[in-house]
Design a protein around this ligand. Structure first.
Ligand code: SF4
Ligand code: SF4
Length: 396
């Protein structure tokens, strides 16, 4: 019970850090030989949420928990820890094939950044498909005859509640980073310790809540916008009500600006296939370029199925897909990884996850370069497709 409580607390404040649970096969409910087979990461929070949701919705299923170093689905896929190899290996070691009569495999959509379903099918004989982005949508997805997610089930959202949770986690991660310098400074500065901790939590939560409304581009610009607003309020309050000395006001104002700049750098998060550098930090979101070579596109729809931000649209006349909303692209690489015709051209850097949290936790090996996203080799023959775009092309 105490362990569960500690784990809950850790997941509330420390979910930006890995928290592994044992990989392997879990039975949820009373699955039989026709029950669905789902795959997920071995981040403890995710596994618990998936099991809880399946139980709530009365779904009996086989849950294959892949060894992703305790990292969540999207980050693990982007960091090279939730890949085709990972799934091939856990399918073998979990022996799930002996428990079912079918070979349908449902993968989390956000794993598409790291998993190539064409290659997975070829290597295992399973028929993988990408399921809904949120586990809450699994019940309605399973009820449909066609193994295809709806646009609403594919779209990533970042609602207020999630931003609030991210803010507390960002604050905790920042504290880990700053704890030593703050402790040392507190030897000379009375009250610096608790005021700084309070400030970090306040700024991180405020920044997460206001992230879409702050002026400037994601990164340093939004961070400094937040800093300018908070410092203005602080100076007025410090001078008018607290009667703080000018030197203290300037020192605290500078500290606030520094913290918001740091948090701003961390806030937008970094795309799995984009190495953030000083230019991106200063001038904001990378300039993503992505296009579809129309001659190659077969209209299989898979890029649309894996894209979490609706970048693609279908040309009603040709049936091929094109880039309709370039600005929305997060450079996650899922479409590039899974396009069976090698039709998608990008300017993404090749595969290093540059999230600053992983930079701190070098132990998880998130900075190891993963191979560039690899689509299937180009051949003259059109790739197999059943047209639903969600399965691996096998009409059965
Ligand atoms: S995945 Fe590739 S081939 Fe299929 S629709 Fe998209 S661009 Fe065309
Ligand atoms: S278009 Fe951009 S966001 Fe959408 S799947 Fe491709 S890389 Fe990811």
């Amino acid at each position: 019970m105490i362990r569960g409580l500690l784990e809950d607390l850790w997941l509330l404040f420390g979910r930006m850090f890995p928290l592994p649970t044992t990989p392997g096969l879990r039975e949820v409910g009373r699955p039989d030989r026709s029950s669905p087979v789902l795959v997920t990461c071995n981040f403890s929070l995710t596994v618990r949420k998936v099991i809880r949701t399946l139980e709530r919705d009365g779904i009996d299923a086989w849950l294959v928990v892949a060894p992703t170093r305790g990292i969540n689905v999207w980050c693990a896929a982007g960091g090279g820890h939730f890949t085709t190899d990972t799934v091939v290996s856990i399918l073998e070691t979990s022996a799930v094939a002996e428990r079912v009569d079918h070979r349908r495999l449902i993968l989390p959509q956000l794993a598409a950044t790291g998993i190539n379903i064409w290659s997975l099918k070829e290597r295992t004989g399973w028929k993988p498909r990408f399921g809904p982005l949120r586990i809450d949508d699994l019940a309605s997805y399973l009820e449909r005859d066609k193994p295809l997610t709806t646009p609403a089930e594919r779209r990533v959202h970042f609602p207020l509640q999630d931003r609030l949770v991210m803010g507390t986690n960002l604050a905790f991660a920042s504290l880990v980073f700053f704890v030593l310098p703050i402790a040392v400074a507190s030897i000379w500065l009375s009250g610096f310790w608790w005021r700084s901790i309070l400030l970090i939590f306040l700024l991180a939560v405020l920044g997460s809540l206001l992230v879409f409304r702050l002026p400037g581009k994601p990164g340093l610009q939004k961070g400094l916008s937040l800093g300018a607003i908070v410092v203005t309020v602080f100076v007025v309050v410090a001078q008018v009500w607290w009667e703080m000395s000018s030197s203290s006001t300037i020192a605290w104002g500078g500290w606030i600006l520094f913290l918001t700049a740091y948090l701003g750098y961390d806030l937008p998060s970094w795309s799995p296939l984009w190495r953030a550098d000083v230019k991106e930090l200063l001038f904001g979101k990378r300039h993503t370029q992505i296009e579809i070579t129309q001659d190659r596109c077969t209209g299989c729809h898979l890029c649309d199925v894996v894209c979490p931000v609706d970048v693609f649209e279908r040309n009603g006349e040709t049936g091929k897909y094109f880039v309709a909303h370039l600005d929305a692209c997060q450079a996650c690489g899922a479409c590039v990884e899974n396009c069976p015709a090698d039709a998608i051209v990008t300017n993404f850097s090749s595969g290093v996850c540059s999230c600053p949290t992983c930079t701190v936790i070098k132990g998880v090996g998130a900075l190891e370069a993963r191979p560039p996203a690899a689509a299937a080799p180009i051949t003259d023959a059109a790739p197999p497709t059943c047209g639903c775009g969600s399965c691996s092309g096998d009409p059965s």
